[in-house]
Design a protein around this ligand. Sequence first.
Ligand code: TXA
Ligand code: MG
Length: 345
Amino acid sequence: MTQFLPATSTAISQAADLLRDGQAVAFPTETVYGLGADALRPEAVLRIFAAKGRPADNPLIVHVAEVADVEPLVARIDARARLLMERFWPGPLTLVLPKAARVPNQVTAGLDTVAVRLPAHPVALALIREASRPIAAPSANRSGRPSPTTARHVYEDMNGRIPMILDGGACAVGVESTVLDLTEEMAVVLRPGGVTLEALRELLGEVRVDAAALAPLKKEIAPRSPGMKYKHYAPDATVVIVSGTEEGRAVLASRLYDEAKVAGERAVILAPAEQRCAYGPRVFRALGRSGKPGEAAAQLFAALRELDAQGFQRIIAEAVEAEGIGLAVMNRLCRAANFAIEHAD
Ligand code: TXA
Ligand code: MG
């Protein structure tokens, strides 16, 4: 049985007790819900992998409540890392740093680096503080499913598999943190997320984006972020992305929709609210407003889950401009679509 509790201070204390006892519990962050366990105890960390059905070679992010709590987890913190922490923590930025020996291999999947983050959510921070230990936490979905942005989503995936879910409402950002590799001279975004590439470049100057962010991985290249190699964020429905001008997208998406209907599939268009009238009587689900990628980010995972629950077999999604947080939205959409993109011209 999984306890589903509003995140009151009593419930947070109970959850912290479970964490100290080596159990895994789900909690809200500003990005998505996390499934946390004591990062320094291998048997606790293995409970996360078991509950999610996560491959053991995909490392976890370690969450802390104070910048000072990073020190025991890493080999060193350079000036660049300090600058990033000062500017973006608490917040949706994960830093990959050389790891300290005490971080178990189960957390880092045997890598010599560790990913650390200080989340901007009062419940997450209170929980980590009260547990008084670093908390390893991936997104609290079953492996391969869209990440949970409400406690209800966590319940759908995790009921009966973990002892407790703390309900702290819907996540404000809605896509996961930006994962930034700082192990080499050039900082590399391994996963675009809540902190934008533009903001990172403003602070650091040059920042690279890993090739896996918007293109399928080439088989012969080992991904720097192991999570990139898995089918991810995927609903049960087949997702197709349509790119091009506003008008071009509507024409192409309409055609794909009509073809799906002829083939007997239940199809839906996922696009900015303003595009609704371009689709006439076709089934339409709004994903935020045009030019507001933050709204698309906040709603994307919930929309994918909802459309699955409604039994749609094909989701025809309009591309989002890959700027600002739109880059993270496109990354998640591309992965949900297994990189099936049709270009209108
Ligand atoms: O917003 C978030 O980051 C959420 C919340 C719960 O904090 N967590 C999250 O965790 O998204 P997860 O496990 O779903 O994604 C972690 C990503 C994976 O792609 C993983 O491969 C990568 O971070 N990662 C973790 N440790 C790494 C490391 N040492 N080197 C490279 N990539 C790493
Ligand atoms: Mg995840």
